[in-house]
Design a protein around this ligand. Structure first.
Ligand code: NAP
Length: 332
């Protein structure tokens, strides 16, 4: 029988733990405060920002948001980011990423990647400013550290959606199948953006390759059985694909049955169905607002599915809050 994950339920449990952490910071005179910026023309960004603000404030994390326009001068936004970097009352910064395809034409010269990089690279990281305020884990320095496998010792955090996915897999292990570890299974990640696919792939690959020792106090999502992976006799791999890579697998193998864990983040409705998956698969659907997975056809075949809505979404928001608190660990 397939277990359908309940994102809101797990997010509520996590929220209780985070409230305790916030209280511990308060007791030490440390007050977490996140500053977000978003682009007002993008209605989805405004909505996500208000949802994050509500969640943060419920936990006791102060959250301020400032709207810019796509017409705003890049220099003006960079200047504002620098003022947040040097403001010691601000402990974390978020730039709400607008949806690439929709705004491609609007940003200066139609070069979204360049425009985004010129902003996100101005968020303070340990290397650039001696203090890390990159709550989203999307600054180039953070992504470099994730790729190199040094992010934990560098005091950095994984992008929230990647952390959410790892948290869900860990919860499945803890509550359903103690034998399960994504380090001892073949893992397929579909969708190769900075928000999820790439950092998740780098992280899992590094763990599988090097068997990194995970400090028990840093990011509970990462406490997986590395020892189990090292002792495993199974030869496992993690694979990251975009559209072309996905089509090639389907063309050559006709199915995805060699992968027990599949994380899909494409926004393509019903990209995956019951005919493509193996009978004990663990399926994580990151697609929004519509899921990538055709849930009815996978029922009673997969072991585990995260639905849309009420799957990865609520866990992403709570993971972002966990990130905001993890950034403060070096101060404690
Ligand atoms: N639940 C959450 O918390 C959360 C958080 C973030 C994003 N999302 C959702 O995740 C989805 C992806 O977001 P994103 O920002 O990563 O988008 P993105 O930057 O546009 O990336 C989409 C990725 O999907 C791949 N892709 C597109 N069509 C495909 C197909 N037919 N077969 C296989 N791969 C295909 C693309 O491949 P190429 O690289 O080859 O172009 C690309 O790598 C969206 O639905 C978004 O709303 C959800």
């Amino acid at each position: 029988m397939t277990l359908i994950f309940n994102g809101e339920q797990l997010a509520k449990q996590k929220a209780l733990k985070l409230k305790t952490k916030v209280a511990a910071y308060y007791a030490k005179g440390i007050y977490p405060k996140v500053a977000a910026i978003f682009f007002k023309e993008d209605a989805a960004s405004a909505l996500y920002t208000s949802l994050k603000k509500q969640t943060a404030e419920n936990l006791g994390i102060a959250y301020q948001a400032k709207a810019f326009s796509f017409a705003s001068q890049v220099e003006e936004i960079q200047e504002y980011l620098e003022s947040l970097n040097t403001d010691s009352s601000i402990t974390g910064i978020i730039i709400q990423k607008p949806w690439t395809k929709k705004w491609l034409e609007v940003v200066p010269n139609g070069d979204f990647a360049k425009w985004w990089s010129s902003l996100v690279s101005h968020i303070a990281t340990e290397k650039s400013h001696g203090v890390n305020k990159d709550v989203d884990g999307l600054a180039p320095a953070t992504l470099d550290a994730i790729k190199a496998g040094t992010w934990m010792e560098d005091g950095m955090v994984l992008p929230a959606t990647a952390r959410a996915v790892l948290s869900i897999l860990k919860d499945y292990r803890a509550n359903v199948d103690p034998e399960f570890s994504y380090l001892t299974e073949n893992v397929l990640i579909i969708g190769q953006s900075d928000l999820l696919g790439k950092p998740l792939y780098w992280h899992i690959k590094n763990l599988m390759k090097k068997g990194i020792t995970v400090p028990s106090n840093f990011g509970e999502a990462c406490q997986v059985s590395v020892a189990a992976a090292q002792n495993s006799v199974k030869k496992c791999e993690v694979k990251l694909v975009g559209k072309k890579g996905f089509e090639e697998i389907i063309e050559q193998k006709k199915s995805l049955s060699e992968f027990r864990v599949i994380v899909s983040a494409t926004g393509q409705k019903n990209l995956l169905n019951g005919d493509l998956i193996s009978s004990n698969s663990v399926l994580i659907d990151v697609g929004e607002p519509q899921g990538d997975i055709d849930l009815p056809s996978c029922l009673n075949k997969a072991d585990f599915i995260t639905p849309v809505p009420n799957g990865v979404g609520p866990m992403t928001v709570i993971s972002l809050m966990a990130n905001a608190l993890d950034l403060l660990k070096p101060v404690l």
